[in-house]
Write a protein of this length. Structure first.
Length: 246
């Protein structure tokens, strides 16, 4: 294993299993936006976009989405995939749909965002010590990526985490994101893959100064409207997460 990189800003070693293929986040983002590795997802994102554009009279992003936020962030949030009328439309993760509205209001209340809304790419949103991304970069049919689609997309998450050296907490939003985070963390930080099954509020400490992993319910309309997940629950979890950002 190569020697760990040392982050002078925080004075700690950042263990990486291997050098990332992209030299920086901007290079990685361009590679993600050009990706056409999954024919089913490419066909679906383009179909959804054509139909949406005809109905709304609005041009859709219709490409894979990249991460967004502070590149020196200590908190990394990982969702499942862009929503058809959210990231797939607006071109930014957790932007323009009801999941985004719930999440951004919570991040703002807890000091991780400069405003409580995430509506479009040019809306002035800035994350504070936080970075958002997704396990799968294209909108999947029925919000269900296939195992092979997860596998083809995971290298992007691995590289992205490797290019965020100040991360102290990785928060997975939902069971699908949790499974990909635990797989990616084993590759990025060269640690055993966590075996804990998903549950809301799960906290897993990794060895070798790797980030702490947290799991949360996804802020989907279904979870919120059925009462499974509430703003109070999210605030309570983010308060606990903040204590780990040291």
């Amino acid at each position: 294993m190569p020697a760990p990189a040392h982050d002078q800003r925080v004075g700690r070693a950042v263990p990486l299993r291997a050098a990332p293929l992209a030299a920086d986040l901007e290079t990685l983002d361009r590679a993600i936006e050009r990706c056409r590795k999954c024919p089913r997802l490419v066909a679906f994102r383009e179909k959804v976009s054509r139909e949406g554009q005809a109905r709304r009279g609005e041009r859709y992003w219709a490409r894979p989405i990249t991460g967004f936020g502070d590149p020196t962030a200590r908190l990394i949030l990982v969702g499942l995939a862009p929503a058809a009328q959210g990231g797939n439309r607006t071109g930014r993760v957790f932007t323009g749909d009801r999941s985004a509205a719930f999440l951004m209001a919570a991040l703002h209340r807890n000091g991780f965002a400069n405003q409580p809304t995430s509506l479009r790419r040019d809306d002035g949103l800035e994350l504070v010590d936080a970075y958002m991304t997704a396990a799968v970069r294209c909108v999947p049919p029925d919000n269900r990526p296939s195992p092979s689609e997860f596998q083809r997309c995971r290298p992007y998450l691995v590289q992205e985490l490797g290019l965020l050296p100040r991360a102290r907490v990785v928060l997975a939003l939902g069971g699908g994101a949790w499974d990909q985070v635990r797989r990616a963390s084993a590759e990025v930080y060269d640690v055993p893959r966590p075996r804990e099954p998903f549950r809301h509020g799960l906290r897993v400490e990794l060895p070798e100064n790797a980030p702490i992993l947290w799991a949360s319910y996804h802020p989907s309309p279904r979870n919120v409207q059925t009462g499974l997940f509430s703003a109070r629950m999210m605030d309570q979890l983010l308060a606990k997460v903040r204590r780990d950002l040291v």
